[in-house]
Design a protein around this ligand. Structure first.
Ligand code: TSB
Ligand code: ZN
Length: 640
């Protein structure tokens, strides 16, 4: 088709009868509005609404729609910024009072009206000076502040009806395109994210290309809310965070501590069986140790500041355990025959994470890592890396993790401050990791800029119900620290050579693992991980003697059992056990007492026939060994 100069992209869309899902276009790779006229030869691509880029534009336009509704409903409210985020958007407003849930509904209704009016969305370019005058006259001080920092002479405005915003765009052609949206939350946020600034009112929302996509997303949000480890951790008495102690410094309550100690025993036993040697090292070290390791140069932003005593020694809380293990390696002169040396530790460490990124147990400031450093010969790199990958796969099978993927995390060659500068070293290390992944037959995605400062890594990313992923396991290949600390071994030929280090974490930090487990099982821990495995319950006081006998027998065999002998209705006791997500509620009534049996009931609701105590113990034993969830719907389905 012949396109006369000046023809608008929208006209091309119409004349080609392209589907109405095209909401923007790319001209020579740059995303633009459909309203844009074409003036010269160019490459033209379509941006459909249901593509990632299309959804982003749609969400951005929905943020504008929301701001228009808010300013129409609440005059005097100032707009600040309104970006898109994963699956949605927010807009921060300056308003005296915070928004209420009822007001969100009113705003949503107004947005629907504005969408129904199908207001045309138009772009306008004006000088920065004019824009400053305009927003000043509208009383929008924040926009003026933003404009004053923009270096460009011209800026773009977007108008819909009588509402205007400063924006780069692009946007959908008209408000009528915005159909499937929902406002999802309210929060406070500081202007420019700085707590010294005033608090603004943030409204979150989500927007989709179809009603079906929206309702599926809302369903997943509900599911995620039910599984949220912060909520379940509180309800099930697993952990707490105390304002008085500090953010990011979680407290493990007795039940959570029980799960943790099971995890620790599990992984330590498994590692010992694979030739790892466990050690204990302190959580403090001289700052100089971290100067030598390079943490001070490359990881300082995540470190707590040093402590000094009488100007003598300067100590820091360690952000990683590697240098301590390196000192253990250096204690002896190693022969090639001693390698690989696999030093492991449940190593407690401290990282200064910004308060905005802290979340329950999954991102904290005080944490204990299932850490190990493998010191090996260059010719052992491949087999050691493969060994770790196989260990990860084995562990994931035991926990029933299925929704995960591998990421090869590489440095960003342009970022010389975050990654040590040695091209040959990085290329070499990368090659080894790729070979190991290939040997195990693992597919992976690459991610630039995600490496450790000392080397590339293989990260294992676990997805949550919303499809967001976070790193659990990691395998990192390091030629750098052995060099920094002058590590050596004596080779076959009598020559001293440099060993290589593999840093690895399998079940990650106890904190992050616990967060994952709570969400993965929706609080329904399988028998082997349950803090309380069995709760016996009497029907009346008359069965107490027998019930206590059964309790002692179970406990003597190491089962985590308790007795609910309260004077409450049986139905009530069963419900409570179910709320506490205990795998077995075992009823002991008259019949059971007479026949010396028990009547177990599984957490999912399944009632078993009365059986002898030995039969019940045997059943428990089999279930614990299998490690699988029995009588529950763990990963799929709903949380309750
Ligand atoms: C594996 N030196 C290596 C170690 O030898 C190291 O510390 N690597 S790390 O920095 O990647 O951290 C290891 C793991 O700890 C990460 O993969 C992640 O699962 C977990 N982790 C990192 N930061 C946090 C945090 N703030 N809260 C909870 N867990 C974290
Ligand atoms: Zn390490």
């Amino acid at each position: 088709m012949e396109i006369p100069p000046g023809m608008k992209i929208q006209e091309i869309v119409s004349s080609l009868r392209l589907n109405s899902h095209i909401i923007a276009a790319r001209v020579d790779g740059v995303a633009v509005d459909l309203d844009r006229p074409l003036r010269r030869d160019c490459a033209l691509d379509w941006i459909p609404m249901d593509s990632p880029e299309g959804l982003d534009i749609l969400r951005h336009s929905t943020a504008h729609l929301m701001a228009q509704a808010v300013q129409g409903l609440f005059p005097g409210t100032q707009v600040t910024i309104g970006p898109t985020i994963e699956d949605g958007f927010y807009y921060d407003f300056n308003r005296e009072s915070s928004f209420t849930p009822e007001e969100l509904e009113t705003i949503e209704a107004r947005m629907r009206d504005l969408a129904a009016s199908d207001l045309k969305i138009t772009r306008e370019e004006i000088s920065r000076k004019k824009a400053i005058e305009l927003f000043r006259s509208l009383g929008e001080g924040y926009k003026v502040a933003i404009l004053e920092e923009i270096p460009d002479d011209t800026v773009s405005l977007y108008r819909q009806g009588d509402w205007v915003d400063l924006c780069r765009g692009p946007h959908v052609p008209a408000t009528g395109v915005i159909r499937a949206f929902k406002l999802t939350g309210i929060a406070g946020a500081y202007w420019r994210g700085d707590e010294r600034n005033e608090m603004l009112q943030r409204i979150y929302g989500t927007s989709w290309h179809s009603e079906e996509a929206l309702s599926e997303h809302l369903r997943l949000l509900e599911e995620a809310k039910k599984r949220d480890h912060r909520k379940l951790g509180q309800e099930l008495g697993l952990f707490m965070v105390s304002e008085a102690i500090g953010p990011g410094l979680p407290i493990w309550l007795p039940k959570g501590a029980m799960v943790r100690s099971i995890l620790e025993r599990y992984i330590v036993d498994l590692e010992r069986s694979l030739g790892y040697q466990h050690v204990y090292t302190p959580q403090l070290a001289r700052t100089d140790l971290y100067r030598q390791s390079g943490h001070w140069d490359h990881f300082k932003d995540n470190m707590y500041p040093p402590m000094r005593f009488e100007d003598k020694e300067e100590l820091v809380l360690r952000p990683m355990n590697c240098p301590h293990h390196i000192m253990i390696y250096r204690r002896d002169l190693h022969s090639y025959r001693d390698l690989p040396l696999r030093l492991a530790e449940l190593g407690t460490m401290y990282r200064y994470e910004r308060s905005g990124v802290l979340s329950g147990l999954s991102r904290v400031r005080a944490m204990t890592l299932n850490d190990a450093h493998i010191f090996c010969l260059p010719e052992q790199i491949q087999s050691e890396t493969v060994g770790v990958l196989r260990l990860i796969e084995r562990v994931y099978r035991d926990f029933g993790f299925k929704d995960y993927w591998y990421r090869l995390s590489l440095r960003d060659p342009k970022d010389k401050s975050k990654f040590v500068d040695n091209d040959a070293m990085w290329d070499n290390a990368e090659r080894y990791l790729r070979q190991a992944l290939t040997e195990v037959g693992i597919a992976y995605k690459e991610a630039t800029g995600e490496a450790a400062y000392y080397g590339p890594k293989i990260d294992v990313q676990l997805n949550d119900v919303l499809g967001h992923s976070e790193t659990l396991s990691t395998v990192q290949l390091d030629f750098y620290l052995p060099e920094r600390f002058g590590l050596e071994y004596v080779d076959k030929d009598g020559q001293r050579k440099r060993p290589v280090m593999i840093h690895r974490g399998v079940i990650s930090t106890m904190e992050r693992m616990m967060a994952f487990l709570i969400e993965h099982y929706a609080g329904n821990f399988p028998l082997w991980l349950s803090p309380v495995q069995v709760r016996l319950m009497t029907v009346t006081d008359e069965q107490k003697g027998y019930a206590e006998k059964v309790l002692r027998r179970l406990q003597a065999l190491g089962w985590r059992a308790e007795l609910d002998g309260r004077n409450e209705k049986l139905g009530y006791k069963i419900r409570e056990a179910q709320m506490a997500k205990i795998p077995y509620a075992v009823v002991i009534g008259d019949r059971e007492t007479k026949n010396q049996t028990v009547s177990p009931r599984r957490r999912g609701g399944q009632t078993l026939e009365p059986m002898s105590v030995s039969a019940f113990i045997e059943l428990l034993g089999e279930e614990e060994v299998a490690r699988e969830l029995v009588g529950d719907k763990p990963t799929a389905g709903t949380a309750d």
